[in-house]
Write a protein of this length. Structure first.
Length: 308
């Protein structure tokens, strides 16, 4: 629906003012904070995307995915038997098999997500992108995080962008597809909105802010614009598309603020792993520290959270 694209206008000063207000929101305290933090844990895509990833550190990541918070802390909160795990484990395609085996050996059903389609630059021929997606699915990935070609956005080739994402969606088969917009490289908030719409029109199950490799990753102005696009798409089509901020989210306070923003913009129904994810590698450590402090009243030492 190219007609939607021609009508897009983003009031940048208003968005920025709103984002500044978001930063000033008061966070929750006590048991309410613990509850929000546990909710955040269930929405984390626990990620390792390093050039030196090995089977052993992927196995360690998978163990942490199944046991994200120390058992005694969950017992103190009466949440030990509530099945608190992360939303998914995210790795490169070459490490998908390692993650699938580790999670199967651990006896849990946490999905494995894989980045693909020329991650992180997107500067890869489409044929290779599609082959990489198919291989990741063949290896056992149940979620695929693709990355778009930024040049198609920057040059206004909206039909070309739609076709690229549509073919990626087809290559994913039964796997869920998260489309990474790399918003820090799209040039304007209007382009962020347009790219969000095109990605959803092409069949994306999620739209995601960043690869985590850009200079600018998940920001509140971008989050507001993408969530408004999701809301408009839902009003127009009745289809709910998920949202995933990723990159630079490292503290428990930031995680709660993102949850509150999603609740404010999209509603409580979006606060589930099926419609909201946090892309993070170091966030879980700070969340566990905050829960440790809530339960014990003291700050965690390094050996207290050895698996963090």
């Amino acid at each position: 629906e190219l007609g939607w694209m021609s009508k897009v206008h983003v009031n940048r000063p208003a968005v920025v003012r709103h984002a500044e207000q978001i930063k000033k929101w008061k966070t929750v305290k006590g048991n309410w904070q613990a509850a929000w933090l546990l909710k955040a844990v269930t929405c984390i895509d626990l990620t390792t995307l390093s050039g030196d990833d090995t089977p052993s550190n992927v196995h360690r990541l998978c163990f942490k995915a199944k046991h994200p918070i120390r058992e005694d802390l969950l017992k103190a909160l009466d949440m030990y038997d509530k099945g608190i795990t992360v939303g998914a484990v995210c790795v490169y395609p070459a490490r998908v098999t390692d993650a699938v085996k580790a999670l199967k050996a651990a006896g849990c059903n946490i999905p494995v997500a894989s980045v693909a389609a020329g991650f992180p630059s997107g500067q890869t021929p489409l044929e290779i992108k599609l082959a990489e997606i198919k291989l990741a699915v063949e290896y056992g990935a149940r979620e695929i995080d693709i990355v778009i070609s930024r040049s198609l956005v920057l040059t206004g080739q909206w039909e070309g962008l739609y076709e690229e994402i549509r073919q990626c969606r087809e290559a994913c088969g039964e796997a869920h597809m998260k489309t990474i917009l790399a918003t820090g490289e799209l040039g304007s908030l209007a382009n962020v909105y347009k790219a969000s719409m095109i990605a959803m029109m092409a069949g994306s199950d999620f739209i995601k802010t960043s690869t985590g490799k850009e200079v600018e990753n998940a920001t509140f102005p971008v989050g507001v614009v993408m969530m408004r696009a999701i809301r408009e798409f839902y009003w127009q089509t009745g289809n709910k598309v998920g949202f995933k901020p990723a990159g630079g989210i490292r503290t428990a306070k930031e995680a709660i603020t993102w949850l509150m923003l999603v609740k404010n913009e999209l509603g409580v129904e979006w606060l589930t792993p099926e419609l909201f994810r946090l892309g993070a590698s170091s966030l879980l450590e700070d969340i566990e520290k905050q829960i440790f402090y809530h339960v014990t009243g003291s700050n965690a030492l390094q050996h207290d959270l050895a698996m963090a």
